[in-house]
Design a protein around this ligand. Sequence first.
Ligand code: PMP
Length: 360
Amino acid sequence: MTRVFNFSAGPAALPQEVLEQLRDEMVDWHGQGMSVMEMSHRGKTFVGIAQQAEADLRELLAVPSNYKVLFLQGGATAQFAAIPYNLTTSASVADYVNTGAWSKKAIGEAKRYCKVNVAADPAASNYTSVPAQSEWKLTPGAAYLHYTPNETIGGVEFPFVPDTGDVPLVADFSSTILSRPIDISRFGVVYAGAQKNIGPAGLVVVIVREDLLGHARPDVPTVFDWKAMAADGSMLNTPATYSWYVAGLVFQWIKRQGGLAAMEKLNRAKAERLYGAIDSSGFYANPVAKPCRSWMNVPFTLANADLDKPFLDGAKQAGLVTLEGHRSVGGMRASIYNAMPLAGVEALVQYMQEFQRRNG
Ligand code: PMP
């Protein structure tokens, strides 16, 4: 068996240990004579698997008891609509901070349902930094403030958690959840598509403070209604059972690694190693302001774009794959989520240095 180091932004690499456990449990889960994929979501066995996954996620993130944890479908994109559906009327104003491609998508969707005030938009810096909160134009009494703690394409990460007082803070943690501890009590809603740090694509985890439930518009599609979903334990309809189970195994893997404090230490070390190599090379470059550099998604360019293809071809031969940047920006991007070991980053840095020696 040859496993590569997969730097995909998502769907992304899963921990090998989890994949091996999935293989071992695939056909006959714990002597049940069937796969988790084949189990009724209402049966005792799957309900137990689902509840254990929620309990482990709650433990990892220290989710306070006045928050519901939902395991929903439709990816983070479904939540771009669910958020205004659940938190606004058509007369409400919602504040959004635009730090790049994913903020922009969330804004575009929200505009279909409510008034949107873009409180900050660092277009002038080509989205290479996060403007200080003192520069934002916030709406008094806004329905909520939405931001994207980590921009997966631009590789821009918030170095702070915004302070919005009584206005609920809503955050798209798709590409940074579980990469380090966060204080859930600062947020009204935290949501994250699964396919980076949680598990298979399609699943989206929503953590919502209870006082924000029950305000949905009357015409909300039932599957988007957080209160209805919470009331049924995310099983108002058939949930993404297998993805939920895989997520649970990933949560247990993170716990075995030492939880989010250990993930933080590992992720910091990986990011420092890669950015350090880029900055000291005089050949590779990353445009993001240093305090705002993502620990999860590291875009970089080569001194000469004609070398992009040879770089990618050589990388592939060395077992380093999916390094091409997002189709909208080009260049390279190394996504180094929780499941990427330090050895993967080390192998990438070695390859980058060798490529520079040959082509620099
Ligand atoms: N938000 C962010 C920050 C993302 O990176 C992505 C996917 N890459 C999405 C939202 C959309 O997620 P999905 O495709 O699961 O709807």
